[in-house]
Design a protein around this ligand. Sequence first.
Ligand code: ADP
Length: 239
Amino acid sequence: MKTTPATQVPEAPVVELQDVTKTYPGGVHALRSVDLVVEAGELLAIVGPSGSGKSTMLNIIGTLDRPTSGTVRIAGHRVTGLSDSQLSALRARHVGFVFQHFHLAPGRDAVDNVADGLLYTGAGRKERRTRARAALERVRLGHRLDHRPHELSGGEKQRVAIARAIVGEPRLLLADEPTGALDTASGEIVMELLHGLNATGTTVCVITHDNDIADSLPRRVRFRDGAVVSGSRAREVAG
Ligand code: ADP
């Protein structure tokens, strides 16, 4: 059993939102008093129809945007009060992103695309490329290292994007409609990979409008009209 020295505080939740609201200019209430706790090691879906506030949530959890009010803690760090550069550092260290349309750099091979995920760590090019190759092996693309995006299938591109997201070993992987641009078989491979990464310790949060994908995950946080309607704490959905 893992022991915790008496002086060590218990591991903070990876995500902790308290009474978070987001109101866009023009008075759109995109998030209304959202509470959410995601513990280390979880695999969950944030699910809801278009316009329910999922992208806004992704931006706030990923520290790409700030809430209008409420408290956001990521890996135990309170986001309010951090400068933009402190926020970038927090994000680079703790959060990996995967997007529906991959966002790979055209004309650069898979290794360089993944190595870019380490640009903010201070690691030299050789080390970045070595770690990138290892990350590509983890997503089973060891045979595609020197392929550029236009030489890869959609599913392979998404696996490169996943490798880029995890190469820095973030605590949290945020995947925004990761299978939305893929055929069913490629989508299944991507979901299997996300399950595998979660099994080896990464906390994974999938943002989706797709109920089938949400239902395939151990926890669902359901959104409607900017509010969480169920699943704000893991124990609510136990059993
Ligand atoms: P989802 O990702 O579930 O489709 P969003 O978070 O994109 O939902 O949007 C939630 C609400 O906020 C919608 O009514 C949307 O029109 C509005 N919204 C999103 N982004 C902006 C913005 N930058 N400015 C104004 N309104 C926005």
